[in-house]
Ligand binder design. Structure first.
Ligand code: GRF
Length: 187
């Protein structure tokens, strides 16, 4: 199997990045991670990239040309899948059109519920019985692309935001790799 060359975009801890790297070591997993891109020079996830000898680029999004810089690197590394894993920056319509290949994102809610930030506090406020995570294609609507996979769990009456975060992330580590396998099931 010829593995696709993927780039993971991060802004923070990078636990999903680490999990994807682990999965990619499996012979049958459809991608290899060749590049990590971040908008945050202090992102902890950069240590994970370094530890695993994966190339990384820190992009200064205050520069007008920052999207050119990203596109240039995606070309250099011949990337055909972008995985957004805690990347706290909106992907512009222009970028989507210029890149023209698949971008997927992991989101900590059962979309279409709770797009955007602060998903866990909204689950608690609305006393939802269920929550979880979604992996979806990225389009020009915030957290609005087609869903590839979702995983859910039952919310306990005394769950706090941090409990929901821990339980959601545990499911994310299953959902993201499964979504990638699903993506390439037929090719
Ligand atoms: C994840 O929980 C994901 O749902 C959200 O950002 C978080 C990133 O965590 N989009 P990490 O950087 O992978 O640890």
């Amino acid at each position: 199997m010829v593995k696709k060359r993927a780039c993971v975009f991060i802004s923070g801890k990078g636990t999903n990045l680490e999990n994807l790297i682990k999965n990619s070591r499996n012979y049958n997993f459809p991608i290899n991670i060749k590049l990590v891109i971040t908008n945050n020079s202090k992102a902890e996830g950069l240590k994970i990239a370094k530890k695993n000898s994966i190339a990384f680029k820190i992009i200064d999004i205050k520069k007008r040309s920052f999207e050119n810089e990203i596109i240039k690197n995606l070309k250099i590394y011949d990337i055909s899948l972008i995985c957004l894993a805690g990347y706290m920056q909106i992907i512009s319509k222009k970028f989507l059109n210029r890149y023209g290949k698949d971008i997927i994102n992991i989101h900590p809610s059962l979309l279409p519920k709770y797009k955007g930030l602060n998903t866990f506090s909204r689950v608690i406020k609305n006393r939802d019985k269920k929550t979880g995570c979604s992996v979806h294609h990225v389009n020009d609507k915030l957290d609005g692309g087609k869903i590839i996979i979702q995983k859910s769990f039952e919310v306990n009456f005394d769950d706090k935001e941090n409990d929901l975060k821990i339980k959601t992330q545990k499911l994310e580590y299953l959902a993201f790799p499964e979504a990638i396998i699903e993506l390439y099931r037929y090719n």
